[in-house]
Write a protein that binds this ligand. Sequence first.
Ligand SMILES: Nc1ncnc2c1ncn2[C@@H]1O[C@H](COP(=O)(O)OP(=O)(O)O)[C@@H](O)[C@H]1O
Ligand SMILES: [Mg+2]
Length: 306
Amino acid sequence: MHKSLEKNLPFLIEEFSSNGTSIDIRWRTILQRFFSDCSLKISTETFAECRINKQHNVLEVPAIMLKHGYILSILNKATRFNNDDIELASSLLKLTRQFISIEEAFEKGASEERLRIARDLHDDVAARMLTLIHTVKDEQTIALSRSILKSLRNSIYTLDNKSTATILDAIIDVRSEIQDRLNSIGMQLLWHQSKNLNGLTFTPRQHINLNRMLHEITTNIIRHANAQFMEVIIDIDQQQITVECSDNGGGFDMQSCVPGKGLNNITTRAQELGGYASWFNLNDPETGENKGSCVRINFSISKTAE
Ligand SMILES: Nc1ncnc2c1ncn2[C@@H]1O[C@H](COP(=O)(O)OP(=O)(O)O)[C@@H](O)[C@H]1O
Ligand SMILES: [Mg+2]
């Protein structure tokens, strides 16, 4: 019934490392690859583990982050699932879950490492530069040392800024990334954020997913909207974060447009955070004319969201 794990190892590794794609889409692709003789459907029920039904023609598999499960049904009526299939699906599930925790540990480790480097630079290198400035007599060397110290402080500031996953830090990062991308093509960024974000933090998953969603939204605006500006509004109300990104481009018809990987990934990432993403066009209230499009992302940052 299924394909062997050894033969498909290169595929598995490639799928694991396809970082731009959301976890459950990666998980679904893996299942479809290994159980290519089956149809895959989403179930509203959640499953705690992999199991087969009494008739042995259906294999139920848990999702990774989403609150639903997957149902694999054999297409060829003559064949049946057996214990090997359960074992394979369970191993794949375990591997995928492990991979996700490695990915999260990596993000967390990377920010801790940045913090350590920033601390070393500050306590050691910057302190020595300061001593140097006070000991040397030659004006030119003093000026040079001062300018080195200044750029060092800038680097420390940048490193330190990225070191914690407070929402404010995460937003500074993502904002400057979007700003750079839009600037390079002469587009404007309008930015508004709530004053109530102070002191709140993101889990690594919330941080990663929000960054990647905003990255894709920006890409779409650059590629498809033909707009002069992008506007981002970040608001929070009772631990519900709302991020609204709009543009003043041509807009698009959600009903007739063919959602590609980009829109699908944004939807799945929002769902992974227990929230949702929705798109709508903006219209001029007087003329009814199209003024661009908007995507609204909503998720809760309370503990239960993870
Ligand atoms: N901001 C936007 N303005 C206009 N059209 C858009 C915008 N965002 C998405 N679209 C439309 O939605 C389609 C699907 O987007 P997406 O799923 O990201 O796939 P892709 O970008 O690869 O085409 C795009 O091809 C485009 O027609
Ligand atoms: Mg796209």
